[in-house]
Design a protein around this ligand. Structure first.
Ligand SMILES: NC(=O)c1ccc[n+]([C@@H]2O[C@H](COP(=O)([O-])OP(=O)(O)OC[C@H]3O[C@@H](n4cnc5c(N)ncnc54)[C@H](O)[C@@H]3O)[C@@H](O)[C@H]2O)c1
Length: 471
């Protein structure tokens, strides 16, 4: 099929590359000239395992192209995906201005029937709003065309006239197809996801989507290696949009829940790791997302949970549970700092090393990362802050120039008063922690393990003052 994907970020670039791999002709559109120029030369603007190879392979095959022209992308496609950002506004509501611009642009570029698929996470009701904007885009384009035509005629004949476009409007349907990929395993999640959700009030659009996703639903594309076929869930537009918010809110709730349990564990002398293990075996609960730590962050949870509370409020409902989920998280994100202050007292002039900067492993995404908040707070308190992250250092340096970054974790540890583990990169488990301790300033040997990566007994035996979360 002919597919256009508008917005080449974490979602758009992965979706575009994966749809090309499934055999479709995909054109990815972005209004960032430098990004598109880079992508045309094979430069991938984000870190995502396997993405560079997939983009390169499909570009060479001629199935994947990049452009800054929305009109060109839409013009040559049957299915148009919207995958632009919906970042939070200062008041917590989703900023829909990117979606709005793209929806109008699609309207202005329509040259026949298209299925317009919204993959951006948007508040309930946006499907109908996008349809309205597309119609307005069509009308605006027609008016412009008419004015241009009149100007041309007036050039020949003079006189004033008014005119708007006539004839039937190009046909389209709007679909909501929320994205569930996780950064760091985005390609795997796209090819072998837990479900594909498609919400629309138009049967023909749902059938087009079913056709597009048939290789995934039936798992035929990879030779049927995966026995479990992916469920294809069809809903109305509003329910699909709500599924995305409800899913992220539930996951954030699970993390805030275990963090609250961890805080109680610390007070009563229980070990949250054992508790999580014990409750996780109950199949109604499960083990996933029961890792206590220094709070959730990233590009989705904070904005989506916050947006959900605003949606609820707009419709006269006070979402007490979700507000508490946010409140627990805000407090949890202070915990590493409090533990440092408890042990080191004043942080002014102290050297603190941070292991891991991205909001989770296997990504360079720093949006709302707890480590970055911590680094900024420490700098404000007069500490010298160093950091090591396997891939996110360059981005972090741009955001926080006062941060000193290292390519080597042992060099980072050199002369540190304390070290904080802020992201659970798997390679941290393999660090020679004896060497890390030896490199540190012989003051407190404080190790704040904000992700419970290490075994307390081992760290104590190595001579660390070891503090973790809920143990
Ligand atoms: N990142 C994730 O893990 C994830 C997962 C699920 C859902 N989502 C949702 O998907 C959406 C996209 O998220 P993302 O992380 O990929 O965002 P992103 O910020 O990484 O990418 C957005 C891209 O859109 C481009 N863009 C903005 N306006 C444009 C326009 N008018 N025309 C063309 N391109 C334009 C930007 O240049 C950028 O490249 C958001 O709504 C997000 O909530 C994200």
């Amino acid at each position: 099929m002919k597919v256009c994907v508008i917005g080449t970020g974490y979602v758009g670039l992965v979706s575009g590359a994966c749809l090309a791999e499934l055999g479709n002709d995909v054109v990815c559109v972005d209004n960032n000239d430098a990004k598109v120029a880079g992508l045309r030369q094979g430069i991938i603007p984000i870190y995502e395992p396997g993405l560079a190879e997939l983009v390169q392979k499909n570009t060479q095959r001629g199935r994947l192209a990049f452009t800054t022209s929305l009109a060109d992308g839409v013009g040559c496609s049957d299915i148009v995906f919207i995958t632009v950002g919906t970042p939070p506004q200062p008041n917590g509501e989703a900023d829909l201005s990117y979606v709005e611009a793209v929806a109008r642009g699609i309207g202005a570029s329509l040259n026949g029937y298209k299925v317009i698929v919204n993959k951006s996470t948007v508040p309930v009701g946006c499907g109908d709003w996008v349809a309205m904007l597309v119609r307005e885009g069509i009308q605006e384009a027609r008016t412009k065309q008419a004015i241009a035509l009149l100007a041309e005629e007036q050039g020949h004949e003079g006189g004033v006239a008014t005119m708007t476009g006539t004839g039937p409007l190009p046909d389209f349907d709007v679909v909501s197809c929320p994205e569930f990929l996780r950064e760091g395993s985005a390609i795997q999640d796209t090819f072998f996801g837990d479900r594909i959700v498609v919400g629309s009030n138009a049967e023909r659009a749902i059938e087009k989507m079913r056709e597009l996703y048939t290789p995934l639903i039936a798992q035929t594309f990879a030779g049927g290696k995966q026995a479990r076929k992916i469920p294809f869930i069809v809903t109305d537009l509003n329910s699909a949009e709500m599924i995305k918010y409800a899913a992220n809110c539930f996951l954030a709730t699970k993390i805030s829940f275990i963090n609250e349990v961890a805080n109680i564990c610390e007070r009563v002398g229980a070990d949250v790791e054992r508790v999580a293990e014990g409750i996780g075996f109950d199949h109604r609960i499960g083990h996933a997302f029961l890792r206590a730590g220094i709070g959730w962050g990233g590009s989705c949870f904070p904005k989506d949970v916050s947006a959900m509370t605003h949606i609820a409020r707009d419709y006269g409902y006070d979402s007490k549970l979700l507000k508490s989920v946010i409140e627990v998280n805000q407090a949890q994100r202070q915990i590493a700092l409090l533990k440092l202050q408890t042990h080191l007292k004043s942080l002014k002039g102290k050297t603190i090393g941070i292991l891991g900067l991205a909001f989770k492993p296997e990504t360079d995404d720093l949006r709302d990362a707890p480590a970055m908040t911590l680094a900024a707070q420490l700098l404000k308190l007069g500490a010298r802050v160093r950091a090591f992250d396997p891939i996110a250092e360059a981005h972090a340096k741009l955001e926080l120039p006062a941060l000193t970054t290292y390519d080597d974790p042992y060099a980072m540890a050199d002369d540190c008063d304390a070290i904080v583990v802020a992201t659970e990169w798997s390679q941290f488990k393999d660090l020679d922690m004896g060497r890390v301790r030896l490199a540190m300033r012989p003051s407190s040997f404080l190790l704040v393990d904000g992700r419970n990566v290490f075994e307390p007994a081992k760290m104590k035996a190595l001579g660390f003052t070891y503090v973790s979360i809920g143990r």
